[in-house]
Write a protein that binds this ligand. Structure first.
Ligand code: FRU
Length: 492
């Protein structure tokens, strides 16, 4: 049945490509506001992506679930709206069908989301169920909500974003909450529920507690096995260091519901990476997609960027494959399917660079990839800098400091809209360093050392900002390998 939609002609896509900031290969809604990816799932031969959507404006508003499908996670096709906020438990101008997830059971799609309303000015968030046999038509369960009350001793009315997984012969759900008030010192919690039939849910335990250290609310939690570990991820609100996407590697005891954390790291440290959700793809890989923007409570967010001028607001990161290293770190790398979009590759070896800008010639200078491998011992300067989307004094800068093993993304002079610089340390074995940068008009994703660190941020350059260069701050350097390629639009 979905084939019908794939055959459809999407004429407007030409227009997308003319726009200054609308990405070519990052998913955006046809129009208007999007935030979190929801219900990521592989079902009957298609990848489904739902997303928080306000179809009426470029601002956040009553939340619907937008819907798109893909055969390869890279080329997406928009489908009709999946969920409307039209029930007493989800119809509200400051609420709607909030984030959630999907699982497949006996050839049927089971979708869980948070019905968010306010009753007499008081927030009410409950967990609701929707089913679908074809992946296009959705039916809200008559007896919704399936979880109507938060546990009083370890939660509050901020109670949302159910993520469901199957493990053994049971279903488990994690839900984010806050003990107290989000803005005034509440404490984030992640609650675990269990079910035998997807309809009846029993509270088990809070498997994660912030204890003052990890923010006042845990939004969009996710919980899944990877090799012999259990991974817990979430987006904290008001984290003391303003982290926005955290992962924990640990072990889980399903008898006592005790989750023991062995390592905690950042999924991405950029300005624009929030609410990541994972799913298992057709080949059993664990894939992660996030919303590439931030909320106004984040210190650097004055607004959501200027793209409402182009009638869209918000995009999704490229899908990233997650893997676990021997020392409990996670790697996040663009899925191999992205290779389909790469063209006109140009590879250079032993590239000598100095304080003079060395420009790259890239045929499509707004949507491209740069990959680079370096050896600190060949870099007398011990540092180098890449300029992206540049012209005269304007550019976004990626600065690599191989003396202190620190990478910095600086967008202070990138455009007329956004500011700030963010740094993160990286490990380097014998001075080896590698980096992959994906630029897509207004989006920059940086993957360091095969995805051990990721930095994702938006910039809003002018049309003439098309230069890309590399240089050192002083002295010289030889970079072992640099390759560039253009990246084709996903709308073709
Ligand atoms: C995270 C979030 C979720 C909520 C949704 C509402 O970005 O705040 O917690 O379900 O957005 O759109």
């Amino acid at each position: 049945m979905l084939e019908r939609y794939f055959a459809a002609d999407e004429g407007t896509k030409e227009q997308y490509m003319q726009q200054l900031w609308r990405p070519n290969y990052h998913f955006t809604a046809a129009e208007n506001w999007i935030n979190d990816p929801n219900g990521l799932v592989y079902f009957k031969g298609f990848y489904h992506m739902f997303y928080q959507h306000n179809p009426l404006s470029c601002e956040w508003g009553p939340m619907h679930w937008g819907h798109a499908v893909s055969k390869d996670m890279v080329h997406w096709r928009h489908l009709p709206m999946a969920l409307y906020p039209d029930e007493k438990y989800d119809a509200h101008e400051k609420g709607g069908c909030f984030s959630g997830s999907a699982v497949v059971h006996e050839d049927k799609l089971y979708i869980f989301y948070t019905g968010a309303v306010q009753v007499n000015g008081k927030v009410s968030q409950t967990q609701c169920l929707v089913t679908s046999v074809d992946g296009i038509n959705f039916k809200k369960y008559e007896a919704n909500p399936v979880i109507s009350e938060y546990p009083k001793h370890c939660g509050s009315e901020e109670f949302r974003d159910p993520k469901v997984i199957q493990y053994g012969d049971k279903w488990y759900m994690v839900v984010g909450t806050s003990l107290g008030k989000i803005e005034t010192g509440g404490d984030g919690r992640i609650l675990l529920y269990v079910s035998e039939d997807l309809y009846n849910w029993r509270f088990c335990k809070a498997i994660f507690e912030s204890c003052g250290e990890f923010g006042t609310m845990c939004e969009c939690p996710d919980f899944f096995p990877l090799q012999d570990k259990w991974i817990l991820t979430f987006s904290p609100m008001y984290h003391p260091q303003m982290k926005k996407a955290i992962y924990c590697v640990g072990s889980m005891d399903f008898d006592t519901f005790e989750y023991k954390i062995e390592y905690m790291g950042d999924i991405d440290v950029g300005f624009d990476y929030y609410a990541p959700q994972t799913f298992e793809d057709a080949e059993g890989r664990r894939i992660c997609i996030a919303w590439q923007n931030g909320w106004l409570w984040m210190p650097w967010c004055e607004d959501f960027g200027p793209t409402a001028a182009e009638h869209w607001q918000g995009c999704m990161s490229v899908p990233r494959k997650i893997s676990l290293t021997e020392n409990n770190r996670l790697r996040f790398e663009p899925v191999d399917e992205m290779e389909k979009l790469y063209e006109l590759a140009n590879e250079m070896q032993n590239v000598r660079i100095s304080t003079e800008k060395k420009h790259f010639t890239i045929k499509n200078p707004t949507s491209f990839r740069i990959k680079l491998e370096a050896d600190a011992r060949k870099i007398t300067s011990r540092a180098f800098e890449i300029g992206l989307r540049g012209k005269e004094n304007r550019a976004a800068l990626v600065q690599v400091d191989l003396l202190n093993n620190l990478i910095t993304f600086d967008r202070n002079n990138a455009d007329r809209y956004v500011k700030g610089r963010v740094s993160c340390p990286f490990d380097s074995e014998n001075g080896k360093f590698s980096m992959e940068i994906l630029v897509d008009k207004s989006s920059v994703e940086i993957y360091v050392n095969d995805g051990l660190q990721c930095i994702t941020s938006n910039i809003y350059p002018e049309r003439e900002q098309v230069e890309c260069w590399i240089r050192t701050p002083y002295k010289e350097a030889t970079i072992d390998r640099i390759s560039t390629c253009c990246i084709k639009p996903i709308w073709e």
